[in-house]
Design a protein around this ligand. Structure first.
Ligand SMILES: [Zn+2]
Ligand SMILES: [Zn+2]
Length: 302
């Protein structure tokens, strides 16, 4: 499995010099597994992913599977800029778990953000084959040789964490969730059990979460590195990857947060745009760079 980070920022994109090294695009993570292309969330990072997929296939067809954690703005706002969706002959399977009986399906929410007066191009102008799959909580999905499970997590309007299993390796994508650091949710611990990699919402510092200076972030739907470490320990996860960075946390702040998080859980990585993690290498686990990436941590750090 090859995990590529295209958007790691939470809530709103943060262009600019202060966030250049970690990146400013909102959530989008690509996972290549046994020839299948999986995408988690359609934040602003999905635009560059679309360009990479089109370039990689040349005149060939793009077939990808897009899995939504939930439909908050920062997880869907890149969707209208996903180029392969406009190309006839391409296919995009879109997977979404309904948060409840009254919750709208993904197609409706994506179409609503592509209507005048806020957007000029309608969803119906996407010429690719868009196949929407609305799932019930607990449904298991198979894409080629990969198996995907999910679990509900605590977040306003609902959200799910996803797990991908293939050939003895597993990654978990758990963004936009909240719990006390000393109370890892059993369903999430079960989902993450034995995973190689846990991508986890660590938007706030423990002090921000508790409201030591400024408002408490309790109830805002996001977590801390301490809460992530507690899940990783309880689940026996090999590596914790902090994700969904706060827009106000610039690169210097993130460096300090990374060092602090590693003191709590040594096998901690902080997600950066262009970072790539390979699972299933002969060594068992290796990290490589995209060409030209300024943001790759040394393999030796593992
Ligand atoms: Zn979010
Ligand atoms: Zn959210």
């Amino acid at each position: 499995m090859r995990v590529s980070f295209y958007g790691v920022r939470g809530s709103i994109a943060t262009a600019g010099e202060a966030t250049r090294r970690y990146g400013g695009n909102t959530p989008c993570v690509a996972v290549e597994v046994a020839g299948e292309q999986l995408i988690f969330d359609a934040g602003t990072g999905i635009r560059a992913l679309g360009s990479d997929l089109a370039r990689a296939t040349g005149v060939g067809r793009v077939h990808a599977n897009l899995f939504f954690s939930h439909l908050h703005w920062d997880h869907i706002q890149g969707f209208p800029f996903f180029g392969p969706a406009y190309v006839p002959g391409n296919r995009l399977d879109i997977w979404h778990v309904r948060a409840g009986d009254g919750a709208p399906p993904a197609r409706e929410v994506l179409a609503d953000q592509m209507r005048p007066p806020t957007f000029p191009v309608g969803l119906e102008l996407m010429g690719g084959d868009l196949c929407f799959h609305e799932l019930s909580l607990g449904d298991v999905v198979r894409v080629g040789q990969a198996r995907l499970r999910h679990a509900a997590v605590d977040h306003p309007n609902g959200c799910v964490a996803w797990r991908v299993d293939h050939d003895g390796h597993a990654i978990v994508y758990a963004t936009d969730l909240e719990h006390e650091a000393d109370a890892p949710p059993p369903a999430l611990v079960e989902l993450a059990a034995g995973a190689d990699l846990l991508i986890y919402d660590a938007m706030y510092t423990p002090e921000e979460y508790a409201g030591v200076s400024g408002p408490s972030r309790r109830g805002w739907g996001h977590s801390t590195f301490e809460a992530g470490a507690a899940v990783a320990e309880a689940a026996g996860v090999r590596e914790l990857c902090l994700f969904h960075h706060d827009p106000s946390h610039d690169d210097g702040f993130m460096d300090a947060l990374a060092a602090r998080a590693r003191r709590r859980f040594p096998a901690t990585t902080v997600a950066r745009e262009d970072m790539v993690i390979e699972l299933g290498e002969p060594r068992g686990h290796a990290r490589v760079a995209l060409p030209g990436s300024p943001s790759v941590e040394a393999v030796a750090a593992l």
